[in-house]
Design a protein around this ligand. Sequence first.
Ligand code: NDP
Ligand code: MG
Length: 394
Amino acid sequence: MAVKKNVVLLGATGSIGESTLTVLRHAREELELIGIAGNTRGERLAEIAREFDVRHAAIADESTYRDCVEAGTFPGTCRLSCGTEGITELASLPEADIVLVASSGTAGLRPTLAAIEAGKDIALANKEILVLAGKFVTTAAKAHDVRLLPVDSEHNALFQCLEGRRPEDVSRLVLTASGGAFVDWPLEDLKQVAPEDALRHPNWSMGRKITIDSATMANKGLEMIEAHWLFDIAPGRIEVVLHRQSIIHSLVEMVDGSILAQLSPPCMTFAIQHVLRYPHRAPGVRETLDFKRIHRLDLEPVCPDRYPCLGLARHALEAGGVAPAVFNTANEVAVETFLENRLSFLEIPGVIERTLEGFDNFEPGTLDDVLDLEFSIRRKASELVKTYAWKKTS
Ligand code: NDP
Ligand code: MG
């Protein structure tokens, strides 16, 4: 019989946050939501607090927090706090068993480390945290003997396939990639695409940033780096294959040539439920694959010219040190600028490449080294994107 777990959810108002709530609605006896955090959607966070009778909430954005306090948006039974400090406190609540980190960007880094130090298991959706500070997060998890349970569907698949295997029996990890919104578009047409085009993902419904990253495959690049840290595997043994249907979530090749895979429909509730209930299993909240229908499972090589961000990410992963952090921050700045219609889609990899070229790599000694660096990369990349001065012509 599974013991009831107390769950803290960072990024409750986002896409992964909403999928997590769907899982929790079907598991009220086994999983209790005791803490939630968001950034700007205060009203939605308060609705969640009411629906699940949550006792602790934190809002990163100060003005949203002030508005909520003034308007009395939250129920009186919910203690509301603010900023990184409030979220860090929430992530280390004494009664919490597991913290699901689904906030976007790197703001969740300190709260995640605090949760690890407080001995909480971590369900990690946010890949940026590992890309920026994988060394610090994985070292802390080992030192405090906490589990890092991957929510990202590819890594969740790898985790399931690797369970019970000996590391020396594994030869390769193969991440599947859908190809994103432009998988079949002529490259020439990508010069003038608008953010709305890139935001139309063929299979997955996700937040804006990750949907653009899927179209450029920067997301798969971040996921290679994420896999390196989660599974302690050399960069040369991580590969990517195009799989348009997003049903095979990833593959593990054993040394004898056998390949193991995990399959489910493209919906995040499968991975979320798996980690929240881990190591137990229970019926899922969404329909499984219907074998009365034909399903095609195509696996194709990735065309490097179509997805230069993937090559840049591999280069950063192999270089090590702070190169993955530079890749991540430069990509964040480029995507924000593209979403504001100030950078062409095809210029995103150029911004990353030029930012990477402008940095002398080093091995960070402390977390502050990484955070200081993130600040300076952001500044440099922001200066750089101004020089592009692109305007979409309609
Ligand atoms: P969304 O943009 O939909 O949601 C982001 C969430 O983070 C919101 O709750 C938002 O709050 C909160 N947030 C934003 N900035 C801050 C901040 N500075 N401090 C605290 N909270 C903040 O993103 P997704 O749900 O799509 O993705 C979340 C993470 O999960 C990302 O790291 C992504 O890479 C990863 N991921 C997502 C997948 C998906 O299917 N969506 C799949 C695999 C991984 P608010 O809305 O209140 O402003
Ligand atoms: Mg993924």
